[in-house]
Design a protein around this ligand. Structure first.
Ligand SMILES: [Zn+2]
Ligand SMILES: [Zn+2]
Length: 388
């Protein structure tokens, strides 16, 4: 049985020595293997993974590699387990850990920065200067599970206590996997200034971050919140999450529509979540003079940007990576208070064994899939469509 020296476990949550884990081979190839259950070190716990959501970035990593960085290079054929949007139960405590107890339900942030670089000291641990340095002689202790260290498409994982967010029993496993997505939207709005009550906000792109961006902006008091996109079914979910107006950019010019809906003026903030090639130039024309734009999605190719328009109008442009400055805790506070129903973006659940099917649903948007979740236990082999 699992009994590493210095680690506290409990007979209430028996831990095996080995676990099932999906491992990335060549690009696009995953296989279910056995791996030893990892051992938590100082300031770490062992989390039994109860549910994990699939993110567009997982698909990038599985099919192309970046932004994963394993031992300084691409993640393929390195016995690497991807997956980063997971939640679960604390089942073992590393030496000295008393911040969490065995049996406690938690969700996780992705980035445990090194804790010693300039950015980590500023709370910008997702921009850690020692990103990916967790091996050999350059080991700085950085972890970003599912990016630079093993992730959540398995049964157990170790997490630094700084990446844990306690959740209430009233929050379902599926909802808890969405906290980090809402946390990314919260981080974007934090970087734009944080106090958005009464400010006008456009969210471009109704993917998971965009849709929860609408919800978080509304919960922060923004007015009006305008969502732009190309799919009516997703725009309708945006409305349910609090968008005052939605614009289908296939039938209307996005910039003209935003100005019309905001009484002829540009808006204060744009949260760009589409990654569309012309998204930055459109955002620049959507904001008013002195307005702010946060870029939370990445286009696949370099795109020309109208710099002169940005300079002439004193526009601020921010790029964010992930969910820094404890934004995930603020997002969880909104969710546990029921300020919005994040589960509106959860569409499908599959057992962990069916991960390749779950990935196909997420990638090809089968049955209008948005957030697809896999669970190690409690789901029948036949896929279940969410009741929400
Ligand atoms: Zn993600
Ligand atoms: Zn750091």
């Amino acid at each position: 049985m699992y009994a590493p020296a210095g680690v506290k476990a409990s007979t209430d949550y028996p831990i095996p020595d080995a676990m099932k884990a999906w491992v990335l081979g060549d690009p696009g190839q995953l296989s279910l293997r056995e791996k030893p259950v990892p051992v938590p070190k100082k300031a770490e716990v062992l989390v039994r993974i109860d549910a994990v959501a699939i993110c567009a970035t997982d698909l990038e990593i599985i099919y192309h590699g970046p932004p994963a960085l394993i031992r300084g290079g691409l993640p393929h054929n390195k016995n690497f387990t991807p997956g980063h949007e997971y939640m679960g139960t604390v089942v073992a405590l590393g030496p000295g850990v008393d911040e969490y107890r065995i049996g406690q339900r938690v969700t996780v942030e992705i980035h445990a920065g090194c804790g010693q670089c300039k950015r980590c000291r500023e709370g910008m641990y997702t921009a850690c200067h020692n990103y990916g340095l967790n091996f050999g002689e350059v080991d700085k202790g950085h972890r970003a599970n599912g990016f630079t260290t093993d992730g959540g498409f398995c049964e157990y994982q170790v997490n630094n206590i700084n990446t844990l967010v306690a959740i209430p029993d009233t929050m379902s496993d599926e909802e808890a996997t969405l906290v980090v997505t809402a946390g990314t939207a919260m981080y974007g709005l934090t970087e734009l200034g944080g106090l958005v009550a009464g400010e006008s906000v456009v969210v471009t792109g109704p993917g998971p971050i965009g849709l929860l961006g609408v919800a978080v902006a509304k919960a922060l008091g923004a007015q009006p919140v305008i969502l732009t996109g190309t799919r009516d079914n997703r725009l309708a979910i945006g409305r349910e999450l609090g968008a005052d107006h939605v614009v289908n950019v296939r039938s209307e010019d996005a910039v003209a529509a935003v100005r019309r809906l905001n009484r002829g003026k540009g808006v204060d903030y744009v949260l760009e979540c589409s990654g569309a090639p012309n998204a930055v130039n459109e955002a620049v024309r959507m904001v008013n003079r002195g307005g702010k734009i946060c870029l939370a999605a990445f286009p696949h190719q370099e795109t020309p940007v109208d710099i002169a328009e940005i300079v002439r109008n004193n526009i601020y442009v921010y790029g964010i990576r992930g969910e820094g400055k404890s934004a995930t805790h603020r997002a969880e506070a909104f969710m546990s208070q029921g300020r919005f129903e994040a589960t509106k973006i959860h569409t499908h659940t599959f057992p962990l064994e069916d991960l390749p099917t779950a990935i196909r649903y997420a990638k090809d948007r089968i049955e209008d899939a948005i957030k697809v979740v896999v669970k190690a236990r409690g789901v029948s082999a036949v896929h279940k469509v969410a009741a929400e």
